[in-house]
Design a protein around this ligand. Structure first.
Ligand code: SAH
Ligand code: SF4
Ligand code: F3S
Length: 441
């Protein structure tokens, strides 16, 4: 279409935001917008934002500032803020940045085409409702004909856990699981578009309990039944809470070959005192015992985690407990953060610890986690595994993809293997990638 308007979306935060950005782009395609990769030629700029730490939220305001000259040069340019900052700050955003035309929270995305139509007439629109209607059923879009071979699929959204530091229960709302039939429709549509790996998403995805004929299904049943779909070769899920790791899900890691041997299971801290203050509702020993059961089901599973250092009241002894827990578990990959006080959360009421001390602890923890990741990468050398090739590599003749353990792998491979799963042997390891050779199919 020659007269298609151009949409520039920039995504911050977690995988659910990546998924949401795709849905919003599809929804706006029905309003005549096609995506562009640069803000400069856009008619609509949409920032899909993250509120998890202060830095993430502040970044949005500096990014908006960058668009000022664009708006001055093109008064018809529409600027929208979506995602968790939109939900948390609502009209405050337009107070701080009056050039913002549209603010839309994560539960109102299905209303985006109408909102944009209003914004195009020069009105400012703000919608941070948690509506009764089913957003997913109403999100009508025009999907791209063929996309990447690996895709995200949101099956659960929101969180009822209320960890003392976290904004997610406020920005995403209460836990909601999508009905099984809806998920199957979406999975089948993805497979038709060439997808063979699906990552099921949820803020607490292992608390999934979706309506199905004859009762509700848990995540384990959903995984097993999806695995039976023709053309679906690989399944993953993220993110999980230790307290929702049911026996049938652990068993699936042992006997469902499509479920990949990778698990992101955040623990945040190794100190029982801090876990209690964080409202995590389990002890360090219970987490270790849980990991032992998971490893008994799938010995080669690669574990990933999230950690927060410098939570209010964290002593040196508490931090030592975190290091000890990391030593005990042995992570193949992990994310660690310095605590950031978030307005409206219970932890934000408590006095913060010395930021220099928190920095020091973060560096120590990251050194240990990095060493563990390097060890896990090196342990792959010489092993045979499979790779789903997703894109061309930097060198000619090379393809890049993901191993079963979610490691980046590159290998010399013919282009027709793009989008395919191939057998490889790992030749060498770097901290963030593996070099492999193709094996005969
Ligand atoms: N639903 C996911 C986490 C979402 S946030 C879960 O429960 O695991 C991702 C990670 O960000 C969290 O696991 C935590 O480690 C970190 N995080 C959340 N709030 C934070 C805060 N206020 N300061 C620092 N890190 C935080
Ligand atoms: Fe946040 Fe805790 Fe919910 Fe995860 S489980 S989203 S950390 S409140
Ligand atoms: Fe950020 Fe919202 Fe995801 S706060 S981590 S974008 S759920």
């Amino acid at each position: 279409m020659a007269d298609a308007k151009k949409l520039y979306i920039k995504t911050y935060g977690c995988q659910m935001n990546v998924y949401d950005s795709e849905r919003m782009a599809e929804a706006l395609a029905t309003s005549g917008y096609e995506q562009t990769q640069t803000a400069e030629d856009a008619d609509m700029i949409l920032l899909n934002t993250c509120h998890i730490r202060e830095k993430a939220a502040e970044k949005i305001y500096s990014e908006l500032g960058r668009f000022k000259p664009l708006k001055a040069a093109k008064p018809d340019l529409r600027i929208g803020v979506a995602g968790c900052v939109a939900q948390a700050e609502g009209a405050e955003i337009t107070a701080r940045q009056p050039m913002v035309d549209l603010v839309v929270g994560p539960q109102a995305y299905h209303r985006l085409p109408e909102m944009l139509a209003k914004a195009e007439t020069g009105k400012r629109v703000i919608d941070t409702d948690f509506p009764e209607e089913d957003k997913f059923a109403r999100l009508k879009g025009r999907p791209a004909k063929r996309g990447a071979p690996a895709a995200f699929l949101t099956v659960q959204e929101g969180c009822d856990k209320f960890c003392a530091f976290c904004v997610v229960p406020y920005t995403r709302g209460a836990e909601v699981s999508r009905p099984v039939a809806q998920i199957f429709d979406e999975a089948r549509a993805l497979i038709e578009r060439g997808v063979c790996e699906i990552t099921l998403l949820g803020q607490n995805v292992n608390a999934y309990h979706g309506a199905a004929q004859g009762g509700a299904w848990g995540l384990a049943q959903l995984i097993r039944e999806l695995a039976a779909l023709d053309g679906l070769e690989r399944l993953r899920y993220t993110t999980s809470h230790p307290n929702d790791m049911q026996d049938d899900l652990i068993a699936a890691h042992g006997d469902c070959p499509e479920l990949m041997p990778y698990l992101h299971l955040p623990v945040q801290s190794g100190s029982d005192r801090i876990l209690k203050a964080m409202n995590r509702k389990h002890t360090a020993a219970e987490y270790v015992a849980l990991i032992e059961r998971i490893r008994a089901a799938r010995p080669d599973i690669l574990l990933s985690g999230d950690f927060i250092v410098g939570f209010p009241g964290e002593t040196e002894a508490d931090f030592e407990d975190t290091l000890a827990l990391v030593e005990t578990i042995g992570y193949g990959q992990a994310y660690s953060f310095k605590y950031s006080a978030r307005p409206g959360t219970p932890a934000a009421e408590k006095p913060e610890i010395d930021p220099a001390l928190a920095d020091e602890r973060l560096q120590k923890l990251q050194a240990l986690l990095n060493a563990q990741q390097t060890a896990a990468q090196e342990a792959m050398v010489g092993r045979e595994t499979t790779v789903l090739f997703e894109k061309k590599g930097r060198e000619p003749g090379q393809l890049i993809g993901k191993s079963e353990h979610l490691q980046a792998v590159f290998a010399e491979a013919p282009e027709q293997l793009l989008g395919q799963i191939a057998k490889v042997r790992v030749l060498a390891a770097a901290p963030n990638s593996l070099r492999a050779e193709l094996l005969p199919a």
